[in-house]
Design a protein around this ligand. Structure first.
Ligand code: PMP
Ligand code: GLU
Length: 395
């Protein structure tokens, strides 16, 4: 706590995913043989057809400030993508392109939340949701779930979390960190509850849409009665391995999109012009172009689950999407491992970094103190060696 800093930032926590990744990088640079399963970042190269369009954009002299809410051609590509992949109809005024889905989420929170508004976060939730909520004056209301319900919440739980102060519900499906995917029927059951509370806005983070092993992606916005109150968040970081290129986007009710455009115009302006041009190419191509990455993630999922299930005390759900496993490791709490007392998930995560040289992220950062998260966006060799080391360190 530094009194010279704002209350706002003093009350904020550092992103646990980025902090662990930075720590792993630091240790590696100091010569330690660290395997990082901390950051959710595809390890594939960006496909050549996307790289080529970025190079073309540079040679075509794209350099000037782009429109705040994105190039018209990119908005058209996003509209076509929404229609092709999700059967959703949007007009250009409903689309806002941002510097990553993270900025899209921050825009939404800033334009919708007033001091004291409650935001329902089905847990486990993605690490930044709670701090983005708090930074915007909102109060996170976490609905807990666990491995028995495949880390999904029930309509009854949703109903009991709603109060007159509830402003929005924010969740990801496929879910980071649990990999759970809500089916259309499950989403409908949640929508049936929400239909009684027409003022609640749904923020549906679908950034892992294509990294889905069951082949069926459903969105709350597809229900006619929910369309006008749902903001769909998506981006190219995960599906196209474009994490560092920083492009995210929303399809939203027009009044929300306009407000996001306004706020972005005062904070960052339009997203990077070269990355926007490359994103047009990425989205215009059919998802089959990136199927090789999904196939590889699926194989890695099988590998990591098999290896983890062989470690006593690690119990995993079967993730249906994204590229994370989220084992419940609470059976270690209260025990000693090589002289170190493990009281919680953070203790185990730090223990693994120190004694197995493997970086993971504590479940506490995702609102679930019984679990740790491992990203399997890593090579099969790294995964195999990392889990071998973990096993050796805990038995
Ligand atoms: N939502 C979820 C669920 C994520 O895992 C991430 C991680 N990057 C983001 C949003 C932010 O993505 P971006 O790189 O587009 O900012
Ligand atoms: N979304 C990724 C993760 O959860 C990237 C890190 C981040 O943006 O926080 O690891």
């Amino acid at each position: 706590m530094n009194k010279k800093l704002s209350k706002r930032v003093n009350e904020m926590t550092t992103s646990a995913t980025l902090a662990m990744a930075a720590k792993a990088r630091e240790l590696k640079e100091a010569g330690k043989d660290i395997i990082s399963l901390s950051l959710g970042e595809p390890d594939f190269a960006i496909p050549d057809f996307i790289k080529e369009s970025a190079i073309q954009a540079i040679n075509d002299n794209y350099h000037a400030y782009p429109p705040v809410d994105g190039y018209t051609e990119l908005k058209q590509a996003i509209i076509k993508k929404f229609k092709r992949d999700n059967n959703l109809d949007y007009t250009p005024a409903q689309i806002v392109v941002s510097t990553g889905a993270k900025q899209s989420l921050a825009n939404i929170a800033m334009v919708l939340l007033n001091e004291g508004d409650e935001v329902i976060l089905p847990g486990p939730y993605w690490v930044s949701y709670s701090d983005i909520t708090r930074l915007s004056g909102g109060i996170p209301v976490v609905i807990p779930s666990n491995i028995e319900t495949d880390f999904k919440i029930s309509p009854q739980q949703l109903e009991s979390a709603i109060t007159p102060k509830t402003k929005m519900i924010l969740f990801s499906s496929p879910c980071n960190p649990s990999g759970s995917v809500y089916s259309k029927e499950e989403l409908r059951a949640l929508a049936d509850v929400l239909s009684k509370y027409p003022d609640i806005i749904v923020v549906s983070d679908e950034i892992y849409e294509h990294i889905n092993f069951i082949g069926e992606h459903a969105s709350m916005a597809q229900f006619e009665d929910m369309y006008d109150r749902t903001v769909v968040v998506n981006g190219v970081s995960k599906a196209f391995s474009m994490t560092g290129w920083r492009i995210g986007y929303i399809g939203a009710p027009e009044w929300i999109a306009r407000a996001c455009n306004k706020i972005q115009g005062q904070i960052t302006s339009g997203a990077n012009c070269i990355a926007q041009r490359a994103t047009i190419t990425a989205l215009e191509n059919p998802p089959s172009k990136i199927q090789y990455m999904i196939d590889a993630f699926k194989e890695r999922r099988t590998l990591i689950l098999n290896l983890l299930n062989d470690i006593p005390g690690f119990s995993c759900n079967q993730p249906q999407g994204a590229f994370y496993v989220f084992p419940d490791i609470s059976s270690y709490f209260g025990k000693e491992l090589k002289g170190t007392k493990i009281n919680n998930a953070s203790d185990l995560s730090l223990y693994l970094l120190e004694h197995a040289n493997v970086a993971t992220v504590t479940g506490e950062a995702f609102g679930d103190p019984n679990c740790i998260r491992l990203s399997y966006a890593a090579s099969t060799e790294e995964i195999t060696e990392a889990i071998r080391r973990i096993k050796e360190a805990v038995i």
